[in-house]
Design a binder for this molecule. Structure first.
Ligand SMILES: [Zn+2]
Length: 428
């Protein structure tokens, strides 16, 4: 008779399989019918969805939970947000940034979000942002994988110490190369920045994640240069383009040339639907553009697309909880991914596809992989998107790190049920 540290019984996996999961140490050691096994702790997941943990491929941990400091973003635009952040990063201490980030990581864990890629601003010469985020990375390591991107927010070439500070951040231990070509002074400077950034990544064997064309300007075509440099330097499969919002406004003929180039370079795309729908189209009257990149068209070309969170309670976005289901829910609506297959894909995008973008090792519900999973109060992935329900139990690296009691509403209606859970099955 098998013995496990933790046994999760009777859960429904995202593909509909109903099964038990046995955990020993920090690994999944058995999946199947484990009736009769003993365990230090048994978690009854009958009727509930058991999924691999959520993964966020795009976040700004150095700015999170700073909303209203030093002021609220009055225009609601990306550019005012960048100005506000420019003030805040000079005022905020390392301790303040660490405290805010740790609080956000608590929220993330409670929601089953156990891996986050965060861009870290490398603009200020003091690099307090980098010092703070490296400390957070170390402190959350036992339960949350925090991947850091060196991000020259005010420009790699546009600021005098942009290049130098990005390299200092990499030397300090930041592991991914970032950039913002549409914020450089000219299109030509944007292309030069991308060339140098990709060369730095190639020399150091690092991944690349560029804030690319986050604008409504249809002529912002830095993604083309990014695809070219990726190919030239043999970085296929190691580069991501975040946002790509200009693609929403591009000419269709040009896009028909562009998508095959992105596919050929194996660049992943990371739209951030909560933020893109909020920040883009601000210069439009009506019709007002959505500003989300061409998600379904890229997927049809075989390009990997993952939904990112980007911001929670910071100079760019006043709301947010850290829930990747909110992100996927918004993406589903804005990209009109409403068929059953497309909705299910939205769930995969915030779990398995994002894990691939981050190059996470040992991720997923399979024997031998890291024992990290989340039990949701929903019957399947589409219901999880609809309800964005409580996370009843979150396990990270073999340890239960969060629990939440099931919380059905209690009704007081004559002749009606006493409680309601809002679940709903399609009649078969
Ligand atoms: Zn961003």
């Amino acid at each position: 008779m098998a013995t496990f540290d933790i046994l999760v019984t009777g859960g429904t996996l995202p593909d509909g399989t109903i099964t038990d999961i046995g955990i020993t140490g920090e690994r999944i050691t058995a999946i199947g019918n484990l009736t009769g096994s003993e365990a230090g702790e048994t978690i009854d997941a009958a009727g509930d969805l058991v999924a691999p943990p959520f993964v966020d491929p795009h976040f700004h941990m150095d700015a999170t939970l700073s909303y209203g400091t030093p002021r609220i973003n009055a225009s609601g635009t990306l550019l005012e947000g960048i100005d506000l952040w420019g003030e805040l990063r000079e005022e905020a201490t390392v301790d303040e940034m660490v405290a805010r980030a740790l609080e956000y990581c608590d929220w993330a864990v409670s929601l089953g979000l156990l891996a986050i890629r965060s861009h870290v601003d490398t603009t200020p010469d003091h690099l307090n942002t980098v010092t703070a985020m490296l400390e957070v990375q170390e402190r959350v390591k036992p339960y949350l994988d925090l991947q850091l991107v060196a991000f020259p927010q005010d420009g790699f070439l546009r600021t005098p110490t942009g290049r130098e500070n990005l390299i200092r951040a990499l030397d300090m231990g930041v592991g991914v190369v970032g950039g913002i070509p549409h914020f450089e002074r000219t299109m030509a400077d944007g292309a030069t920045a991308l060339k140098e950034l990709c060369e730095i990544a190639a020399e150091r064997g690092l991944l690349v994640d560029i804030h690319c064309d986050e604008t409504d300007d249809p002529l912002s075509r830095h993604i083309e240069a990014l695809a070219f440099e990726t190919q030239r330097l043999g970085l296929q499969g190691r580069v991501a383009g975040s946002h790509l919002t200009s693609m929403h406004s591009m000419d269709n003929y040009y896009v028909s040339k562009l998508l095959p180039l992105i596919a050929e370079a194996e660049i992943s795309a990371i739209p951030n639907p909560l933020i893109n729908i909020t920040l883009q189209g601000r210069h439009d009257s009506y019709p007002k553009r959505r500003g989300l990149t061409r998600v379904k068209e890229m997927q049809a070309m075989g390009i990997r697309v993952g939904w990112g969170q980007d911001c929670v309670r910071d100079p760019w976005y006043s709301l947010g909880t850290g829930d990747m289901l909110d992100v996927a829910f918004m993406g589903l609506h804005v990209a009109q991914m409403t068929s059953p297959q497309e909705m299910a894909r939205c769930f995969t995008m915030v779990t398995e596809e994002n894990a691939k973008i981050l190059h996470l090792q040992d991720y997923g519900l399979a024997v031998g992989n890291m024992a990290s999973l989340v039990v949701l109060d929903a019957g399947d992935p589409i219901e999880a998107l609809r309800l964005r329900p409580d996370r009843l139990c979150v396990i990270s690296k073999g340890k239960v790190v969060s629990r939440q009691a099931r919380n059905d509403a209690r009704l007081a209606l004559p002749g009606r049920p006493e409680s309601v859970r809002r679940r709903h099955k399609v009649p078969s």
